[in-house]
Write a protein that binds this ligand. Structure first.
Ligand SMILES: [Fe+2]
Length: 295
């Protein structure tokens, strides 16, 4: 059985179409990455897929998975994507945290009857349209992301990122110190109320790990559901000016495309290059799952 690769742009994605009944796990890693290198995102349509085979597919494409979509759904449901129904601004996944994933996967088990499209914005295209001055700023400076995180939230995060720990209750100050030392580009201050204030330096633009080309990829315009909204400046503490924010808004809006989900669609995204977001959810029956991993 063959896999058809259509050179049609939907969103910024190349469409890879499976023959009827063909398992999604038939897709080979080099096939997927050839398309990902070209387009930054890949839409896999018409394959036979369920939560189990989606999970297997994510595992096949990544050297390390940061969360198993099947497990998290069945055990805690935390990674079913649907944080509210409001539109979500463009962002790269978890890029305001120390270990953002390189790859993001979505599986649409049930498509919405209307609205609720996922948005895709190719940071490589954005990069070409930005002014020379803005490109220089983002090439010369990283972003500085600062915010306060409550004790339960940081303990949960440290537990998740520390091998051998299963829950926030097990996190000790030694784990906290070990975590702190793992991230040299981050400053963390423990507060009297046991919350932390952290400031993390992370790129706002970078060379994609897949295409090796410069891309504007960050979460300046993104949401913050689980944590306090961060303050984002350049790494010399200079504010990102209103003019630059407006330029970014205009350019990203002009190149943003939508994924019109169909049941069983899977999308694979280069998270070091392509930003994603969401239009307003107008049909809450939609079911979307996320998988995250590293190259
Ligand atoms: Fe996201």
């Amino acid at each position: 059985m063959g896999i058809q690769i259509k050179d049609i742009e939907t969103g910024n994605a190349t469409i890879m179409i499976g023959e009827q009944g063909q398992p999604i796990t038939d897709v080979q890693k080099d096939q997927a990455f050839n398309s990902l290198e070209k387009s930054g995102a890949l839409l896999l349509r018409g394959f036979d897929v369920d939560l189990g085979s989606f999970s297997e597919f994510v595992g096949k494409m990544c050297s390390k998975v940061t969360l198993d979509p099947a497990r998290t759904f069945f055990e805690s449901n935390v990674q079913k994507v649907d944080a509210g129904t409001a539109p979500v601004g463009l962002h790269t996944e978890n890029s305001n945290t120390p270990f953002p994933p390189d790859l993001v996967f979505f599986y649409c088990r049930k498509a919405a009857s209307n609205g609720s499209q996922t948005t895709l914005c190719d940071g490589q295209v954005v990069w070409r349209f930005l002014s020379d001055d803005t490109r220089s700023l983002f090439r010369d400076h990283q972003l500085r992301i600062s915010r306060n995180i409550s004790e339960p939230h940081w303990k949960e995060y440290v537990a998740f990122e520390t091998e051998g720990l299963n829950s926030a209750d097990e996190v000790t100050m030694e784990h906290f110190e070990a975590f702190r030392h793992r991230v040299p580009n981050q400053k963390i201050e423990l507060q009297d109320d046991m919350s932390i204030f952290y400031s993390l330096d992370a790129p706002g633009a970078r060379k994609s790990l897949v295409s090796k080309q410069w891309a504007f990829a960050n979460s300046i315009m993104g949401p913050s559901y689980n944590y306090e909204k961060p303050l984002i400046t350049f790494d010399n503490d200079q504010a990102i000016s209103d003019e630059i924010l407006e330029e970014i808004r205009v350019v990203t809006e002009a190149v943003t495309k939508e994924v019109q989900w169909q049941d069983g669609d899977v999308v694979m995204i280069d998270n070091t290059r392509v930003m994603h977001g969401r239009r307003e959810i107008t049909d809450t029956n939609r079911e979307l799952f996320i998988g995250l991993g590293y190259l």
